[in-house]
Design a protein around this ligand. Structure first.
Ligand SMILES: [Zn+2]
Length: 119
């Protein structure tokens, strides 16, 4: 079982930012920039071609919530979405990166980011 399936079923803990019945947004433990979020479907899908409409809708709604949270709390200059899917990716469980970009990265630890986004 891959790490995102384990996070979905609660076997592995994560810093959860937002979730609904079908998807979960967590902080990336190796952020590209402070506030880097991953959105994962709770059910296992490898590829965009396989995912059902309800799950992809949940992921995109989740992305909207996270983008607004990032903008309200961390004030990035832009927020980029990047979908990882298919067999070539490191973790073969489809996931959407929500990555904030800043003129200059704020000096924030992952725990401080978590506190800001969930407080
Ligand atoms: Zn999985």
């Amino acid at each position: 079982m891959d790490i995102f399936c384990k996070i979905s079923n609660g076997e592995v803990l994560s810093r959860t930012i937002y979730e609904d019945d079908l998807s979960k947004a967590i902080l990336d433990v190796n952020p590209m920039h402070p506030g880097h979020i991953l959105i994962i479907p709770k059910k296992h899908f490898t590829d965009l071609s396989d995912i059902d409409t309800e799950a992809i809708t949940s992921i995109m709604n989740n992305a909207k919530v996270c983008k607004k949270l990032l903008e309200d709390k961390l004030h990035p200059d832009s927020v980029v979405l990047m979908l990882n899917n298919g067999q070539a990716q490191e973790i073969k469980h489809l996931h959407l990166h929500v990555i904030p970009y800043y003129a200059q990265d704020p000096n924030l630890s992952i725990d401080k980011v978590y506190e800001l986004l969930t407080g």
